[in-house]
Design a protein around this ligand. Structure first.
Ligand SMILES: Nc1ncnc2c1ncn2[C@@H]1O[C@H](COP(=O)(O)OP(=O)(O)OP(=O)(O)O)[C@@H](O)[C@H]1O
Ligand SMILES: Cc1cn([C@H]2C[C@H](O)[C@@H](COP(=O)(O)O)O2)c(=O)[nH]c1=O
Length: 717
């Protein structure tokens, strides 16, 4: 899989500019920004407004709290059906109708207040209207989320999500809070403190919220008709009953490993986040810090979120988004553990920033994966489940953790007589961190698209711009033996002897070589080795030519023969490139390795017979053939020395796969040793470490690739 929506080689800013050039998305982003600003304003204003309608601190607190609670209620009651709307009906009209209704409902709250209704009536209506607005929002969000992937190319989905998430959760809430406070001051300043009720900032904010929804409805209806166009055919959508579509959605989530992993991971992350929020006050106190520390920790989480969403893709670059998602959850959860052990505020702030960064990256990767990899016809339902589930998990986690901490938070558990005190807040954080790590690892396991590729090496390779690649899926029932060594080591001699022996046992044997085993290879061979006439290729061009020969050789000769069960014996393979172009030409060995691995799709030999010979000896054998030296044979002695030691180093790094023989021994002795080793393989095929058949739909890789041989692949979307 390519990283869904990965940004490739573009810088973050360039990727975002390119996404904004897509007209329907740009329009949607602008109105969503305005609407999100209005929503945040509305959220703050409705609550403040409701509190302002009653007197007495208890009543004010109850009014404020009940409005917030009412916003969460619809998700529990009506949530499960919301996604069906997004998948069943035209998403553009779903969004438009929802926004028109929200426009009316938002406007109705300050309108009722203007009629002179009593505070109690206004608060009750505000609660009912908020409940209805939230219910409508439940249908609007999956419709919008499911529509976005149809507006932009998949490769730009991540940038689009970055932009939307930063706008919705970073810019607009801060702007809304600032605007509300500036509005409040200005209105009070202008009216000298005698603010008429219609000009109350909370009322003005509600009007803004209302009209921002009207604007969204109009722009979506008349300016982004593409939302309707991208959707699955209407007949297909309405053929099934709603109940059937509802159960289909759940079945899809249960049975699809990617979605299961995503849902599990997202819920785990939100549970962890909820516990951090629920315990934050007590945690700040356990650090011996007061309210200021509490706010600092909260700020740190938001800074981390912004860093994760804004910079995450630039850091991990082309890494598989499935892997990035699981790793981000593990990072966030491990950082919760840091919080559990924090002994100083500075340590806690670092932990909180990392929690935020991990959560932000997981959120971005998860949203992008859902948008890019879930089919259009079920996308709305999947988004709805995530949306509702996260709300539920968050509320439960906050409620339960604050309850538990409230019961035991002020106490300290003293372990035996050791004098070690452990606050229950920290124990809870510890449990949350551990559970989060478990959820992250489980999600990773369910979704991993590079099974068998070492995780940390892949991460490090990705950060450096060269993610490791899984081997191409293929099932070999043959044996792949390669002869390597310097010039005149006796490779052709040994290869011929082995082939003859195996053919004598009636085995299917394919003798081949690099470069030059195919017609294309012959031409490449003459380009790299002929000394007469033609201009010599530069070192990088030489490396590419050998890789091109290898790619064609593997695809047309080696793999087909291995698939049919033949013993393939090749005179030189990847190690020659590492030794000659890497050590000999002093090109970066990692890059040469990357190139070869890409060319071969990760195919490695079962056995490499390295014939080690002193270059003096080898070159003098070649000379005695009186055929003249080719371009590489004509290289300096120092060059051939470097080649020799590079071969020996490669063999030392992976001794199981190599048979190193002293090539100055008599040819018959060497042939005997080679035959013995090859017979071992043939007698005991279980000992062969070539690619095995896949064990399931996702295990399409060679599990035995060593770290050194797994090299980067530039993923393209
Ligand atoms: N063990 C050995 N002892 C002495 N001479 C050998 C031995 N093996 C091969 N030779 C001789 O050395 C020469 C080179 O051998 P061969 O062509 O097999 O080597 P090679 O590694 O394939 O060479 P190249 O690097 O040119 O492909 C030949 O003349 C061969 O007869
Ligand atoms: C595969 C491969 C080969 N070379 C060099 C090594 C030799 O000098 C020639 C091949 O000649 P031979 O007589 O067939 O052994 O090419 C290389 O530099 N890089 C490679 O990948």
């Amino acid at each position: 899989m390519s990283p869904a929506g990965g940004q490739g080689d573009r810088s973050g800013a360039a990727a975002i500019r390119s996404v904004l050039r897509i007209r329907p998305f740009r329009r949607l982003w602008i109105v969503l920004g305005a609407a999100s600003f209005g929503d945040w304003l509305g959220l703050l204003a409705t609550s403040v407004f409701a509190a302002a309608q009653v007197s007495g601190s208890t009543a004010k607190g109850a009014a404020f709290g009940s409005l917030i609670a009412v916003r969460l209620l619809p998700a529990l009651v009506l949530g499960p059906l919301a996604g069906v709307f997004a998948d069943r009906f035209d998403r553009r009209w779903t969004m438009v109708i929802c926004d028109l209704l929200r426009f009316l409902l938002f406007a109705s709250i300050p309108l009722l207040a203007l009629t002179g209704a009593s505070g109690g009536v206004v608060v009750s209506w505000a609660a009912i209207a908020t409940f209805l607005i939230e219910t409508i929002t439940l249908m609007w969000i999956p419709a919008k989320e499911a529509a976005v992937p149809n507006l932009i190319p998949r490769a730009r989905l991540e940038s689009a999500n970055q932009l939307t998430l930063i706008t919705t959760y970073g810019l607009t809430p801060v702007l809304a809070a600032l605007s509300l406070s500036v509005l409040d001051r200005s209105v009070r300043g202008l009216t000298g403190g005698e603010v008429p009720s219609w000009a109350e900032p909370a009322q003005l904010a509600l009007w803004f919220n209302s009209f921002s929804r009207l604007a969204t409805a109009l722009v979506v209806a008349f300016g982004i008709k593409e939302i309707s166009q991208g959707q699955t055919d209407e007949r297909e959508r309405t053929e099934q009953s709603m109940m059937h579509q509802f159960s289909e959605g759940w079945k899809f989530i249960r049975q699809t490993p990617l979605v299961r992993g995503l849902v599990l991971g997202i819920f785990g992350a939100f549970a962890g986040g909820g516990i951090v929020i629920g315990t934050a006050k007590f945690f700040a106190a356990s650090l011996g810090a007061g309210d200021a520390a509490f706010y600092l920790l909260f700020g740190a989480i938001f800074i981390g979120l912004a860093v994760g969403i804004g910079l995450g893709p630039m850091i991990v670059r082309e890494m598989s988004r499935r892997r990035w998602f699981g790793m981000s959850i593990v990072l966030a959860s491990a950082s919760v553990l840091v919080l559990a052990f924090a002994i100083h505020l500075s340590m806690a702030i670092v932990g909180a920033i990392l929690v935020g960064a991990g959560a932000g990256m997981a959120f971005l990767a998860g949203t992008t994966l859902l948008g890019g990899e879930v089919a259009d016809e079920v996308r709305g339902r999947v988004f709805a489940v995530v949306q509702i589930g996260t709300r539920l998990v968050l509320i439960l986690a906050i409620a339960l953790s604050s309850l538990l901490v409230g019961v035991g938070g002020s106490r300290k558990l003293t372990i035996a007589d050791l004098g070690v005190s452990v606050s229950s807040t920290r124990l809870l954080l510890l449990a949350a961190g551990a559970a989060g790590i478990f959820a992250g690892i489980s999600a990773f396991g369910q979704m991993d698209d590079k099974k068998g590729v070492p995780v940390l090496a892949d991460l490090w390779g990705s950060i450096r711009g060269r993610p490791l690649m899984p081997a191409e899926p293929f099932v070999s029932s043959g044996l792949f033996v390669v002869f390597e060594g310097g010039e005149g080591a006796g490779k052709s001699t040994q290869l011929a002897a082995l082939a003859e022996r195996l053919r004598g046992e009636s085995r299917d044997v394919v003798v081949t070589r690099e470069p030059g085993a195919t017609a294309v290879g012959e031409r490449i061979r003459s380009l790299v080795l002929d000394t007469a006439g033609a201009e010599a290729p530069s070192p990088r061009a030489e490396a590419l030519l050998y890789a091109a020969d290898r790619a064609h050789h593997v695809a047309t000769v080696v793999r087909p023969a291995l698939i049919r069960g033949a013993v393939v014996i090749s005179d030189r393979y990847v190690d020659s490139s590492l030794a000659y172009q890497g050590a000999g030409r002093t090109l970066p060995v990692q890059e040469v390795s990357w190139l070869s691995s890409w060319a071969t799709g990760g195919l490695k030999p079962d056995l490499v017979v390295l014939l080690d010979v002193d270059p003096h000896t080898g070159l003098s054998r070649v000379e005695s053939r009186n055929e003249g030296a080719d371009r590489l044979e004509a290289e300096s002695l120092a060059f051939h020395e470097r080649v020799r030691y590079a071969f020996l180093d490669l063999a030392a790094a992976d001794p199981k796969r190599y048979l190193v023989l002293d090539a100055s021994r008599p040819a018959e002795e060497i042939a005997e040793a080679v035959a013995r080793r090859v017979e071992e393989f043939l007698v005991d095929p279980g000992g062969i470490v070539h690619p095995r058949p896949a064990h399931g739909p996702d295990t399409t890789v060679q599990p035995e690739l060593s770290d050194a041989e797994l090299v980067g692949l530039e993923h393209r979307t």
